[in-house]
Ligand binder design. Sequence first.
Ligand code: S3P
Length: 180
Amino acid sequence: MELYELTRPVFFVGFMGAGKTSVSRKLARTFGLAAVDMDTYIERREGRKVKEIFAQAGEEGFRDIEQEVLVELSQKDPLLVSCGGGVIKRKENRETLKEAGFVIHLRITADEAKSRIGDLSTRPLFSDIENARDLAESRMPLYDEVADVAIDTAGRGVSAIAYEVRDVLEKAGVLCRQQK
Ligand code: S3P
């Protein structure tokens, strides 16, 4: 198998349910790259679920942890990082994303996201569709502000999206064949 490497960290951003984790995992498997899901990383580090952190420390408590973890991950050897949907809320995070990595916005509407997410109770901020629509609308400009590239995901499968991402990363010189 041909080996690939990343020259910079790649951050997937976008609304809940956009497929950030699935696309990142698919790329990791196909190209032998390391991938980390920020929420999973946070849950392991904290020893509790995102839902519990929200319930116990509030959204700001969760955002403080998320900000620390983003800096931590951006300093590691380049990885594929699927970010939580709210990572773009803080200005500090938007700067970290832009400075440290190559950022891909996977676009999705709140209505499509709802049909993709299996268990909505794991997403404390996806309480009802009206709320999710407002949240998605207010965040779209922030996703686009940090993104080097935006990719539409509506009605598309994980593989098709992953191959488009692969092309984008190769063209940008972020995904390269490993030099022997
Ligand atoms: C959030 C999205 C979630 C998780 C937390 C907050 C948000 O991640 O970080 O529930 O504010 O949009 P996913 O985008 O992976 O669902």
